[in-house]
Design a protein. Structure first.
Length: 295
């Protein structure tokens, strides 16, 4: 039997002491690691297609306007699907999940948002191996941001700044090279949508956790649909979210420009003012560009 993916989500000790040559090596081997992950997941994860089909059927039968009046049968189905989503996520996450320590609080989203993110990705053409590879690439991007912050005077602060821009740029750059720009966009957009859905669902006191996963997913889907048709709705997002979505799109654009690795690509993009390194730099023009990439 093939061993499960054992690369931890937060490999910080080695990342913080990596030399430039080691970083270059890590960049050059990313595609190889991703291919290995595809093989591992294709052999180990079962039931993914049936989960996709069952989740789709559930969402077609529910309504956001009738959350508190779900039938007993619907509530049972909600619990079943939400529990299967959780089991699936753990099946592709590293064996030491969840992590601990200060980095946990900086980077790791709530279980609610992660469950919603998986749920959103079920309604796409993403495979189980795509999602596992996306996790692997997010580790690389996260470690790159932490290392850059430490070495360039940001300390441990890696959000709403240049290291934050590096993390989002790198994740989308690597995802685009791993499985194409369209799938990379889907994963990047669904990550942000999951945070929006979780923020909405957590304030619904009459819902259980599993109901918040399902209805939070539905809210996120509706928000995506409505905000693509209504730029005012999209423009109402906070600057940090716009910054992340914008930098995600630039990472995807630069993935096919022939750079030797993500750091060279990032430096080129940042030095030519193609990236946002602070939410205060978000302008109406930035929002317009981000919205165009959202379509």
């Amino acid at each position: 039997m093939v061993n499960k993916l054992k690369i931890p989500l937060f490999v910080l000790s080695s990342a913080l002491v990596m030399s430039n040559s080691q970083v270059a090596f890590a960049e050059s081997t990313t595609s190889q690691d991703s291919e290995l992950t595809r093989k591992i997941i294709s052999e180990e994860v079962s039931g993914y297609d049936s989960l996709k089909a069952d989740a789709k059927q559930l969402f077609e039968n529910l309504s956001l306007n009738n959350m508190t009046n779900a039938t007993v049968e619907e509530k049972q189905k909600i619990d079943e699907i939400a529990n299967r989503i959780r089991v699936f996520y753990y099946s592709i996450a590293p064996v030491n999940y969840p992590p601990s320590g200060p980095v946990y609080y900086q980077y790791f989203e709530t279980e609610l948002s992660k469950n919603i993110e998986v749920s959103l990705n079920l309604d796409t053409n993403l495979t189980a191996s795509d999602l596992a590879t996306g996790l692997l690439n997010s580790n690389t991007a996260r470690d790159a941001g932490v290392k850059y912050a430490k070495e360039n005077g940001y300390g441990s602060v890696t959000w709403d700044n240049k290291p934050d821009a590096l993390r989002h740029f790198t994740w989308n750059y690597l995802n685009s090279q791993s499985f194409g720009v369209n799938k990379a966009r889907t994963i990047g957009d669904n990550h942000e949508l999951a945070l929006i859905g979780a923020n909405w669902a957590k304030d619904r006191p009459n819902l259980t956790h599993n109901e918040r996963v399902v209805y939070g997913t539905m809210y996120a889907k509706q928000f995506q649909k409505d905000s693509r048709q209504n730029d005012d709705m999209f423009f109402g997002l906070d600057n940090s979210t716009i910054m992340d979505l914008y930098n995600n799109s630039i990472g995807r654009q630069y993935s096919s420009k022939g750079y030797s690795g993500y750091m060279q690509a990032f430096n080129s993009a940042y030095d030519s003012n193609q990236l946002i390194g602070n939410p205060n730099q978000v302008t109406d023009n930035t929002r317009l560009k981000a919205w165009n990439a959202w379509q």
